[in-house]
Design a binder for this molecule. Structure first.
Ligand code: NAP
Length: 303
């Protein structure tokens, strides 16, 4: 059974290269014939690890291909997920499984709604990768990926292939709690680093703002039924800030590079969930508005 990787960006390429070099069957699904031609000209994907680069001639097709898909890794951004899955939904076999690598919350439901009866497995990853050129990916940060089934079914047998490919992972019995907690960290840290134009560690100067956000985020988690994910949120957020003090957050990096952010699936999702739960979250709402204005000012989408 072959893996299809839709989205040969940073994380998708990182997964595809590791699967391929472990002799696991994998192929890329690229956007269109023009991208496929460009890929073929590059002869494959290049993975840069600890300063060494290696070219992997991974097979590829484009969205117009009609071959059935049994196992899909959806590796695009959250805001592209619904459209990307719509383009391949008809190719998924009835027993197909789809692993969702998107950060934040919201896109997983958008995808699952289009795939009734198919197994959708959200993932949450702390690995770090970026593209330093077309068809080139730099493995920038060792990390871990949690995968789980919100419906609670058993772990799939193909996790062994991830083991063989040395993709560090754990099957998570409560993947939604993990995604919620990561979303809360993200909402407490990333928008402020954008608005203050600073590294994560510099948020110590805005201690009160971070603490006020943590209080509302804990309220939100509890209000949305994620009581465990709300435990020790303040102290964990400060631990993450300390551990990543020298880093620029992913949202900071996106804005600095003029790239669209995933705001709607992070802070936007948090605010909408708070409204649905009839919670008063003035700090989060004000932060969302300020962030949207900031994005407007930089000519970037506010959603
Ligand atoms: P990325 O580098 O921007 O890659 C996304 C890829 O998806 C691009 O190659 C894009 O193609 C492709 N794509 C989008 N729509 C498509 C479509 N309809 N058909 C085919 N391909 C399509 O993004 P990323 O950094 O890998 O992030 C993916 C997700 O993982 C995000 O939710 C992110 O937050 C999360 N994540 C990333 C990291 C990381 O270190 N990068 C870490 C943890 C979590 P084009 O190149 O043609 O535009």
């Amino acid at each position: 059974m072959s893996w299809h990787v839709l989205g040969a960006g940073s994380l998708g390429s990182l997964w595809a290269c590791r699967l391929f070099r472990a002799d696991v069957q994998v192929q890329l699904v690229l956007r269109d014939p023009r991208r496929l031609t460009a890929y073929r000209q590059a002869s494959g994907l290049t993975l840069v690890e600890q300063g060494h680069s290696h070219l992997y001639p991974i097979p590829a097709s484009d969205l117009q291909d009609s071959a059935p898909i049994e196992r899909l890794l959806l590796a695009c951004k959250a805001y592209d997920a619904a459209e990307a899955i719509a383009a391949v939904a008809h190719r998924l076999t009835p027993a197909a499984e789809v692993v969702l690598l998107q950060n934040g919350l919201g896109s997983q439901d958008e995808v699952a709604q289009q795939l009734p009866g198919r197994r959708c497995l959200p993932a949450s990853s702390t690995e770090g990768a970026f593209r330093d050129g077309d068809w080139r990916v730099v493995f920038a940060g060792q990390g871990h990926t949690w995968i789980g089934d919100p419906c609670g079914a058993a772990a799939p047998a193909w996790l062994q292939e991830l083991e063989r490919s040395q993709i560090p992972h754990t099957w998570s019995a409560d993947i939604l709690a993990r995604l919620w907690r990561k979303l809360a960290f993200n909402c407490a840290i990333n928008p402020l680093t954008v608005l203050h134009g600073c590294r994560n560690g510099e948020l110590v100067r805005y201690h009160e703002q971070v603490d006020a956000l943590c209080t509302e985020l804990a309220e939100l988690l509890i209000g949305c039924g994620q009581v465990e994910a709300a435990q020790k949120l303040h102290s964990e957020v400060w631990r993450v800030i300390e551990a990543t003090a020298a880093n620029y957050s992913s949202m900071y990096q996106d804005v600095a590079a003029g790239r669209r952010t995933e705001i709607s699936y992070l802070l936007g999702y948090a605010c909408a969930a708070g409204e649905r739960a009839l919670l008063q979250l003035p700090q989060l709402k004000a932060l969302h508005q300020r962030l949207q204005e900031h994005l407007d000012g930089h000519g970037l989408p506010r959603y």
